[in-house]
Design a protein around this ligand. Structure first.
Ligand code: UD1
Length: 419
């Protein structure tokens, strides 16, 4: 297993380019199940989650052609041999549940392992199933699997109690071929939901309102394949922005989706960093002392839960007291134990982390626990005194493309080594 070794203390300076968004590619791959013909996606990052989804689609019977160098991914699904997502795949990547909607929609049946709890919380899929039932599907659960079947899905009015990103995507995917109109209320507003709706509309779907709380989907009979460039990854971009601010750096983040990062831009400025939109990217200039700020995670356009861990790392070296409230997931503070081992002064009180900024962190051997937690430990390592070693970085490889190479390009002393 690989680990990342960092010698902290260098300012990050230079330019870095953001890769395509993992959370946009996965639903697009699921959407490819809806149509017979080659779908082409470009700007696809090389990530473990995308490899897992490819294995899943292959298992079901899709044909895949990928050119990793150019980031082009082609998928064709003429038929499915096995309309199912087995435990092994759902276990490593919850987003596998995204195949439910398109499979039922086109092939009338889907069997997907129930995700169960994951490291950051319970994360049920009850809202995905509630919506499918409203559309006329039969849902049954046996031996840890959920089976969903429907001869023909019907349009329905669906209200989701909690805003769910993949839930909104799954129901949108199910509804494109349904009979009549589906209305999704309290839909997720995330840019990745809009990217999926745009792709489906390019395929011939009739979707309006994506990016607002009410999405209307008029069912259509036929879809055609799509050729689409994946939007840049706002969380990867945000991670580099925090890295620049934390290291008192000066970094131009190219292909940065500035408009999708309003809440982060505002919070970074509050903390004392300069965030400047330039012609070909966003420049972040950090300055010390970092000012302590409070953060509350919320669904988009609120502060993203996927940036909470990175911001907690930044606040651990800020000038005062910061309260970080996690409202989206109930157990997303696993990085804090590791940050404390580096000397951070953080107390967890329910869903709040109370961070008292310290002068400096000390490098230490650390264990990554989930994707964004891993990123926060790397950021902490960049500013810590001495050597930090982050192991179990397979979490990091799920969602960051060559992060060590990109950081090295900005002047960080960072290496990936085989354990
Ligand atoms: C997606 C993102 C993930 C991000 C999260 C929140 C993908 C592949 N992943 O995950 O990176 O952290 O959004 O922005 O896009 N919930 C229910 N019932 C459901 C579904 C969700 O109660 O049926 C709850 C969850 O437990 C959680 C909240 O809703 O508390 C939000 O979860 P959700 O938006 O569904 O997260 P994901 O789509 O899994």
């Amino acid at each position: 297993m690989d680990k990342i070794v960092i010698e902290g203390g260098n300012r990050l300076v230079g330019e870095v380019t953001v890769s395509g968004a993992k959370n946009a590619v996965l639903p697009l791959m699921a959407a490819s199940l809806l149509v017979d013909g080659w779908n082409t996606f470009s700007n696809v990052p090389r990530l473990r989650d995308i490899e897992t989804f490819k294995v899943l689609l292959n298992h079901m019977g899709s044909e895949i052609s990928a050119d990793k160098k150019s980031g082009i991914l082609k998928i064709r699904t003429r038929d499915v041999k096995r309309p199912e997502a087995p435990y092994e795949m759902v276990k490593t990547m919850r987003a596998s549940v995204l195949v439910l909607g398109p499979l039922v929609s086109r092939f009338k049946r889907a069997r997907v392992s129930l995700p169960g709890g994951c490291a950051i919380g319970a994360r049920p899929i009850d809202l995905h199933l509630m919506g499918l039932k409203k559309m006329g599907a039969e849902v049954s659960i046996d031996h840890g699997y959920v089976t969903v079947s429907a001869e023909k899905l019907r349009g329905a009015k669906i209200y989701m109690d909690t805003t769910t990103v993949t839930g909104t995507e799954n129901l949108m995917l199910a509804a494109v071929h349904a009979e009549g109109t589906t209305v999704l209320e309290n839909a997720a507003l995330e840019p990745e939901v809009v990217c999926l709706a745009d792709a489906l509309n390019m395929m011939g779907a009739d979707i309006t309102g994506a990016g607002t709380e009410v999405i209307r989907i008029n069912g259509v009979r036929e879809l055609k394949p799509v050729d689409l460039r994946v939007i840049p990854d706002r969380i990867e971009a945000g991670t580099f922005m925090v890295a620049a601010a934390m290291t008192r750096g000066n970094v131009l983040i190219k292909d940065c989706p500035y408009g999708s990062l309003d809440s982060l831009n505002i919070k970074l400025r509050e903390a004392g960093a300069e965030v400047i939109e330039e012609e070909n990217g966003v420049r972040v200039i950090g300055d010390y002392p970092i000012r302590s700020i409070d953060i509350k995670t919320l669904p988009h356009p609120g502060f993203p839960t996927d940036m909470q861990a990175q911001m907690t790392a930044m606040m651990s070296i800020a000038s005062g007291l910061s309260v970080i409230k996690e409202t989206v997931f109930e157990n997303r503070f696993m990085h804090i134990g590791e940050l404390k081992r580096m000397g951070a002064d953080i107390t967890i009180d329910g869903r709040c982390a109370i961070v008292r900024g310290v002068k400096s962190l000390g490098g230490a051997p650390l264990m990554a626990t989930d994707l964004r937690a891993s990123a926060s430990l790397i950021l902490a390592g960049l500013v810590a005194e001495g050597k930090t070693e982050v192991s179990r970085i397979y979490h990091l490889d799920r969602g960051y493309e060559r992060i060590e190479e990109k950081l090295k390009g900005l002047g960080a002393r960072i290496e990936r080594v085989k354990e």
